[in-house]
Design a binder for this molecule. Sequence first.
Ligand SMILES: CC1=C(CCC(=O)O)c2cc3nc(cc4[nH]c(cc5[nH]c(cc1n2)c(C)c5CCC(=O)O)c(CCC(=O)O)c4C)C(CCC(=O)O)=C3C
Ligand SMILES: [Fe+2]
Length: 347
Amino acid sequence: MYTMRPYDAFLLISFGGPEANEDVIPFLENVTHGRGIPRERLAEVGEHYYLFDGVSPINQQCRELLAEIRSDFSANDVDLPVYWGNRFWDPMLTDTVAQMAKDGVRRVVAMATSAYSNYSSHRAYLNDIATAQEAVGPDAPRIDLIRPFFDHPGFVEPLVEHTRAALDRLPAGKRAGARLLFSAHSIPTAMAEASGSPHQDYGPEGAYVAQLAEVARLVVERLGSGHDYDLVYQSRSGPPSQPWLEPDINDRLRDLSEEGVSAVVVVPHGFVSDHMEVKYDLDNEARETAQELGMDMVRAGTPGTHPAFVSMVRELVAERADPHASRAGLGNVPGCPEESNDCCQRG
Ligand SMILES: CC1=C(CCC(=O)O)c2cc3nc(cc4[nH]c(cc5[nH]c(cc1n2)c(C)c5CCC(=O)O)c(CCC(=O)O)c4C)C(CCC(=O)O)=C3C
Ligand SMILES: [Fe+2]
């Protein structure tokens, strides 16, 4: 039996989402607590959830990933029980940490459903782990979070495969001339500049943008088809006075249309699963923009439960368990150190 010493449990930590209409507003209040998001934006985002009867796809996607992790662990003789806790909706992280304490779990390896270095995707998870441990008290287990994994082959390879499949869904005559749009969640530029380790040089835009650009480059390199591509952003939510990462995907689609591009493949490489920000902001909003412009648009899938992504989870657990393990990483942009108190500040 493969024990993954020193760990005695695995924990998946995700964002969480509502699964009923009456949960939408309380969920949005949890997410935006004290974050200065304009009321109009909240009402608008609420409507996105009501369109799907208040059901965010993210919890079901976590359940599917958890099922795959459990069977992968058992097929590979990894005897770690698998737990799940969310930052903003049931099952809440604090409740899961309390349950682990009750079950006698002492040392946990955790993975966030978030691949890149920035406050929202990394530091916020570390902070929420600490808050949950404090709430549970002295019996709370120690929890080691797995590093941002944007450069792991188990994240990149599924994106390559899904981009290739998306290109094949375009009309044959449009494939060669299609533009690839790599799309990620926008964040405030100040947060982007504060992303990653302060002891690394990522260039003026910070770690998050450098990592997104590197993953896009790695995917295009592996496709080997010579397609032109751009990095774009989606799901901006702050007040207009606050600068966020640009260009917005909808603005870029308009510019590309003027430049004569008539087909695009959108690759949501900033995300791990096809949750609401992918389903609404790309499949409804960006698609509508593309339709208005008369462009063909196909959206590639996220890693989701791709077998390489599921194996990656086990590989990252083994990497975290062994301080001498070499890090599986493609490309040239560093992530965050394993034990880090100063990376990914809010900015
Ligand atoms: C970088 C990033 C990721 C990707 C990495 C990761 O996955 O972690 C991500 C994922 C997600 N974001 C999600 C939902 C929301 N994010 C919001 C607000 C915000 N996101 C931000 C950043 C990110 N967010 C930021 C800087 C804000 C502003 C408020 C703040 O500074 O904290 C709001 C408030 C309303 C709004 O303003 O849009 C909602 C509802 C869901 C769940 C979707 C579902 O239900 O399926 C997921 C997976
Ligand atoms: Fe978000």
